[in-house]
Design a protein around this ligand. Structure first.
Ligand code: SAM
Ligand code: SF4
Ligand code: SF4
Length: 357
């Protein structure tokens, strides 16, 4: 982990000189919520259980990726805490000395139960998704009554010793865009910095439309009207000395010092500096959140391909990477959903809950 003697490898660069530094691993496509912006349908096509990578297989692939420059790893899903014994995976990854930042994104529902074990296993950072402070809105958004459990999860994470907690809130016009100030205040109280995420037209967001997106500029304008000038906080991505890439969230502060972030993937995307690779629960490797397909690394792994050969193949593909999905979407005239429902059913790898967000 971040020990002084941790090893670093020179990152492989893509066609736009973007290093491969971050790996987001979706450990399961299953979820205990049904967020409107991610899983709004009644039925889904799930990955076959025997196709899901074991922890040991994930560990092996991570070894390959960290050998090519990855040093930040985030576990996500679906809901990662639905994966049984996730702390065992964390413990296994924590032994990889090239990982300098091991993090988790969760909806928080099961976090109170697992926070301590995850911390003890070596997890360093946690981000909890919480879009509203109002239980009735939460129910309408997620089709679940677990609002209080999510709040308990945030408190338990803090009690377990996680510092630098983050809260992700997807802002949708007419739904929770009146909660910006309340969410910032809640973040302050709970010592968890809130990051507002623009509603994205990713796979799975089959109800997306541009008129529901609240652009970053509008969020700032609204907060300024209420509180006065909002100050930009200088980017701290080099805090752990790890990346020359910009963090996805731009950070700001209200006049009273309360800090928050905005992830403006829809109106002001940051593909230019994107250093992220993504792994689905069954080992598809995606070069971009908007990619229509990815390489099947599980097939190579289970087929006995020598690890050095897999590493070579991964490096070659990354060198040719030209993906900048969100920037390409932004310049489209009429912008609709990314994939139609039929396409998602034919290939569930296109779902946000499979590729991990
Ligand atoms: N289930 C976990 C959770 O919700 O935190 C992890 C997986 S979820 C796919 C990861 C992140 O993607 C969450 O913060 C979620 O809010 C975000 N997300 C999902 N669909 C989105 C969309 N259409 N636009 C913006 N963010 C989205
Ligand atoms: Fe919501 Fe995360 Fe589940 Fe998607 S994967 S439905 S964002 S909790
Ligand atoms: Fe990276 Fe693709 Fe997202 Fe752009 S759209 S920031 S290239 S993952």
């Amino acid at each position: 982990m971040s020990s002084p003697d941790s090893e670093r490898s020179t990152p492989v660069l893509d066609a736009f000189s973007r290093p491969m530094r971050t790996l987001r691993i979706s450990v399961t496509d299953r979820c205990n919520l049904r967020c409107q912006y991610c899983m709004p349908e009644e039925e889904y096509v799930w990955l076959e259980r025997e196709e899901i990578l074991s922890f040991e297989e994930i560990g092996e692939l991570v070894q390959i990726f960290t050998g090519l420059g990855v040093e930040k790893v985030r576990l996500t899903g679906g809901e990662p805490l639905l994966r049984r014994d996730l702390d065992r995976l964390v413990r296994l990854l924590a032994q990889n000395r090239r990982i300098r930042d091991l993090a988790l994104t969760t909806n928080g529902v099961l976090l109170a139960r697992h926070a301590r074990a995850l911390r003890e296993a070596g997890l360093e950072r946690v981000t909890v998704s919480l879009d509203t402070l109002r239980p009735e809105r939460y129910r309408a958004l997620t089709r679940s009554d677990a609002h209080a459990q999510t709040l308990e999860g945030i408190a338990a994470a803090r009690a377990a010793g996680f510092e630098g907690l983050k809260i992700n809130a997807v802002i949708m016009r007419g739904f929770n865009d009146d909660e910006l100030a309340d969410l910032i205040a809640f973040g302050r109280e709970t010592e968890a910095e809130v990051r507002f995420i623009e509603y994205m037209d990713v796979g799975g967001a089959t109800r997306w439309s541009m008129d529901q997106v609240v652009p970053r500029a509008e969020m700032i304008e609204r907060l300024e009207r209420q509180f006065g000038p909002v100050r930009a906080i200088e980017d701290e991505t080099s805090a752990n000395g790890s990346a020359n890439a910009k963090a996805p969230a731009d950070r700001f502060a209200l006049p009273d010092g309360a800090a928050f972030g905005i992830i403006s993937s829809t109106t002001e995307p940051f593909c230019r500096t994107c250093d992220r690779a993504r792994l689905t629960p069954d080992g598809r490797w995606l070069l971009c959140l908007y990619a229509s397909d990815g390489a099947d690394l599980k097939r190579l792994l289970r087929g006995g391909t020598p690890r050095a050969e897999i590493a070579q193949a991964v490096a070659d593909v990354w060198r040719g990477r030209r993906d900048r999905g969100a920037e390409e979407r932004r310049v489209l005239g009429a912008r609709g959903v990314l994939f139609q429902i039929e396409d998602l059913r034919k290939d569930p790898h296109r779902e946000m809950h499979t590729r991990g967000g």
